[in-house]
Design a protein around this ligand. Structure first.
Ligand code: ATP
Ligand code: MG
Ligand code: MG
Length: 423
């Protein structure tokens, strides 16, 4: 993809926007862009630089994303609504063409990496509650104040962040910036940059040592070592990112939205959609955080498609879809007969959510009941019956406290320092 119309190749130390931003290290990439950690010489802060592919359709998409992110920023001057902040944008011309670039606030690892880091065993429920509150605050702002549907909410698109300034305390903040030297010494010695880098390097070395101590002690089941305990107290927060597919609720443009596993049934059935599709994806994300497994992981099989498997999985967990809803979409005839039964998957094995949580994920009866009571209304087949983010924020589950005693062994604490493992 590093050809005309594609990604822009970046070398560490490359300057952008007339030298204001200096590339440090690759943070991630997607279908549309590569994202780089960059140093902002104007504000003396680290930022994330999203460099879009150059072809016309990608530039178009970037303009749309900039427009959405600008309204998000305009409506939230104090930057407190749990959505990534757009700081700046500009064009950068390279050998593959002209690339639109977005400068975003620098955030930490995604919730997907967090789930992986916990070895797919799920995260402690009290931490899940905190993360859910952040996501809901973001969704409430998007839906109620701006009328924006994200349309691609999933663990990968929610990034951790900490209120601790990463340039001051990168280890505790969990946002350890890169320690790579600029290639070819493009950054001249003596700058603040180099001093910060040296400090970071020293801290990072210490952190790596701490992590190996923690790992070694894991099997022993003894007391958590110092480093783990100090990460424990951090108020874990997160922000929603990736607004490339977001749309205004009054002018949805794509028929097929959302990543497969987080897709609401009305999207599969083509019955029209609104902000409540994000609430469906939110419920799937909360389940995944708490259990480590995707709530629905549909696969095609002999004689049925992944869409049909998806509908079957959804009904096995939540009960039969009311006939009216099942047959109400433009695609309904492909999957359901006139009685509202699936045409090609005839036998469903029902396993209600609260039982699944107890029997498969070893939740205590009370944890399972309470969590299912929180999630089930969000998974209502009737989109307009799903609680809004604002209503969901009032749900008592968010303010419950689990003792943790009944939690599955290994369901560990959120370790906001996991980025350290990458050094
Ligand atoms: P997609 O194919 O998912 O639409 P995309 O090209 O639109 O991808 P993003 O999803 O916005 O790109 O970003 C790609 C990756 O870069 C993210 O998954 C994340 O790992 C990283 N990233 C994005 N924004 C930030 C940020 N503000 N701070 C830190 N890392 C980020
Ligand atoms: Mg993405
Ligand atoms: Mg995107």
């Amino acid at each position: 993809s590093y050809r005309k119309g594609g990604y822009h190749a970046v070398r560490i130390g490359d300057p952008f926007a007339g030298g204001r931003y200096i590339a440090q290290r690759k943070l991630g990439w997607g279908q549309f862009s590569t994202v780089w950690l960059a140093y902002d010489t104007q504000s003396s802060k680290y930022v994330a630089l999203k460099i879009q592919k150059s072809a016309q359709q990608f530039a178009q998409a970037a303009l749309h994303e900039i427009e959405v992110l600008s309204s998000i920023a305009d409506g939230d001057p104090s930057n407190s609504k749990c959505i990534v902040r757009l700081i700046d944008h500009f064009k950068h011309t390279g050998p593959n063409g002209q690339h639109l670039c977005m400068v975003l606030e620098f955030l930490g690892d995604s919730l997907l990496r967090l789930i992986r880091f916990n070895r797919y065993k799920g995260i402690e429920l009290n931490k899940v509650r905190e993360i859910c509150k952040c996501i809901l605050m973001g969704l409430d702002y998007l839906h109620r104040e701006l009328g924006i549907i994200h349309t691609d909410l999933k663990p990968e698109n929610i990034l951790l962040f900490s209120t601790i300034d990463p340039t001051k305390d990168p280890i505790r903040s969990g946002l350890t910036p890169t320690l790579e030297r600029p290639e070819g010494g493009t950054l001249n010695g003596g700058s603040t940059m180099n001093i910060i880098e040296k400090k970071l390097k020293r801290r990072a070395r210490r952190a790596v040592a701490n992590i190996s101590v923690r790992r070694a002690s894991m099997g022993g089941g003894g007391e958590a070592p110092e480093s783990a305990r100090c990460l424990d107290g951090i108020d874990v927060r997160c922000k929603v990112v990736d607004f490339g597919n977001a749309c205004w609720a009054d002018k949805p443009f794509a028929e097929e939205i959302q990543t497969r596993q987080y897709r609401a049934p009305e999207v599969i059935l083509r019955s029209g959609y609104s902000c409540s599709v994000d609430m469906w994806s939110f419920a799937c994300t909360a389940f995944e955080l708490a259990t480590g497994d995707m709530m629905f992981a549909p696969k095609s099989g002999q004689g049925f498609s992944d869409d049909e498997d998806h509908l079957a999985l959804v009904m096995e967990l939540l009960g039969k879809m009311p006939r009216k809803i099942a047959i109400g979409g433009a695609r309904s005839k492909d999957y359901f007969d006139r009685h509202g039964d699936l045409k090609r998957i005839r036998r469903l094995k029902f396993w209600p959510l609260d039982r699944l949580l107890v029997e498969k994920y070893e939740f205590s009866e009370s944890d399972a009941r309470e969590f299912a009571e929180f999630l089930c209304p969000l998974l209502d087949f009737s989109p307009e019956k799903r609680p809004t983010a604002q209503q969901c924020l009032q749900h008592p589950w968010l303010n419950l406290r689990s003792s943790g005693q009944n939690e599955m062994q290994g369901r560990s604490n959120v370790d906001v320092g996991m980025r350290n493992l990458q050094i």
